[in-house]
Structure formats: C-alpha cells, structure tokens
Write a protein that binds this ligand. Structure first.
Ligand SMILES: [Mg+2]
Length: 276
C-alpha cells in the first residue's frame, strides 16, 4: 500500500506508524470492553509480531494484579505472559522504594493490591496503623465505609499521601463507576488532603517499559482511548500517540482537549489495516 494512503481519521499522514517497534496498549476501551474483545485486536497484535514489533499492555487499574490480566486476555484468545503487562501497581511499588524506602504503607485498596505490593517488597497493611508513614489509595472495588473512615483517620496524621491512578471513572458494561481519582476528590472534601498520583499520565510507566525493551522514543507509540491519561502519558514521555474512538474519547472531546494525540484512528481494526 502506498504510504500516501496511510491517513488517520482527520486525513493526517500516519505512515510513521510503520516504523514503530514498541506498541504500548491501554486495555479497556482500546483492545476490549469489559469481557468483549474488539474486532481487530487479535489481528493487530499478530501483525505487530509479524513485523518484528513488541506489544505491551499498560494499565492504570490498581484493583487487579497481573495474573488476573493474563487470565482475562487469555479468555479472549490473546496469549500473554506477565512480561507483557505493566501496571500502575508496579509503578507505585517502584516509586515507594525510591521515595519512601522501608516505610510502612497504609493501603485503601483491594486485597489484590495489598498482596501484590507485598510481593513487590513493600511493607504494607490494609489496617489502620499509627506506625504507617505513607497513605496509598488505589481503585478499590471492595471499598467499605469502614475503610473510608480508617483512611480519613490515617490522613489526620502527618503522612505522605499517594494515589495509584488518577482516573475518575472505570468503564463497565452498564456505564461507569467511580475510580481512584473520584475517591481522592471525596477524601479531599473530608480531609483537605489530595494525593500525588503515580500511574498515567505520569511518563514513568512509558519510560520504564521503553528502557526495558530498549526502544527509543521515536520507535514507541502509545495507543489508548482516554485523553487525560493514555494520550497525556505518551505526550509527557515524548512518544507518538494514537487515540482510538472505541472507548471514552469522542470527537467533541478531541475538538477541545489540551491532550492532542498524534493521530486519531477509529479502532484497532483500522490500525491493523493501516499496518498493511
Ligand atoms: Mg481505556
């Protein structure tokens, strides 16, 4: 296919996609929705492999661990190993080790988050603990009012305060539910405190994966459906971005956003087609 045919939704030349080696995919809204894999996902992943490229799935979701994701995409026919994922939980563990080494961390999050952080070497607890010097919140799909009260009491202490991911909502099959970013706003209303967030749009997740696979910024592309996390993270990391229209971002959003993607492509099937 001649390169002059490689045009995005707005007719912009996207032939530079042919030179990408490292493809960093958001998951929900980009390659699947809920439990339904999008038409074109398997073809696109296969084509990237055939072209000698590498796909990595990057997620802000801090309610699940990598094992959950390997099983989930496996049910959709995507053969993946833990190496194929990078989560905001891993990024958070790295951040804690660098900035709060050896400190005890109180976590408002799922049992999966608490155990995954422990596995990654963090001294964490889901119980109120006056010796904890860091409060961390994640996307807690097991949240109770008792946990919220514990977190408010913990935030009354002199503690560092972190959030795994700033997403306001999580897409579900019925609509949306409040994610970690919304919980941070609720806790700010109660305590006056607001966390430093770790996941996308901070560039760390992109930088770490790029270094791991030895890809330059020019060889890397981020594909996602959310402007203020996926696209912003790519921009902050200095890599090209593809916004797909199969999830959250709409053409109206794109007309007004400050997080302008390099390209807008309808969905993964169209990306697959463009890769010839
Ligand atoms: Mg998404």
């Amino acid at each position: 296919m001649p390169t002059h045919d490689l045009l995005d939704h707005f007719g912009r030349d996207c032939s530079a996609l042919l030179g990408k080696r490292l493809w960093l995919f958001d998951m929900d809204g980009t390659i699947y929705e809920g439990e339904r894999v999008f038409d074109g996902t398997l073809d696109l992943l296969a084509r990237i492999r055939e072209r000698g490229g590498r796909s990595v799935f990057i997620t802000n979701n801090s309610s699940k661990n990598v094992g959950d994701y390997v099983a989930k995409v496996g049910r959709m026919g995507i053969e993946a190993t833990p190496e194929d994922f990078f989560t905001s939980v891993e990024a958070t563990a790295r951040y804690l080790k660098e900035h709060h080494p050896g400190e005890r961390v109180y976590v408002q999050g799922t049992r999966s988050l608490v155990s995954e952080l422990a596995r990654l070497g963090i001294d964490d607890t889901a119980e109120e603990d006056p010796t904890a010097t860091v409060v961390l919140i994640g996307f807690d799909t097991e949240l109770t009012t008792e946990k919220l009260r514990s977190t408010c009491r913990m935030l009354n202490h002199d503690v560092a305060y972190l959030g795994c991911n700033p997403d306001l909502v999580c897409p579900t099959e019925y609509g949306f539910e409040p994610d970690c970013g919304s919980m941070a706003i609720a806790l700010r209303n109660a305590t006056g405190k607001y966390p430093h967030f770790i996941g996308k749009p901070e560039p760390d997740m992109i930088d770490i994966v790029r270094e791991k696979f030895g890809a330059t910024a020019a060889e890397t592309v981020v594909v996602g459906d959310r402007l203020y996390t996926d696209i912003a993270s790519g921009r902050n990391a200095g890599v090209d971005t593809v916004c797909v229209l199969s999830g959250e971002a709409t053409l109206d959003d794109l007309a007004t956003t400050e997080f302008v993607p390099t390209w807008v492509i309808d969905d993964v099937r169209e990306v697959w087609r463009l890769l010839g």
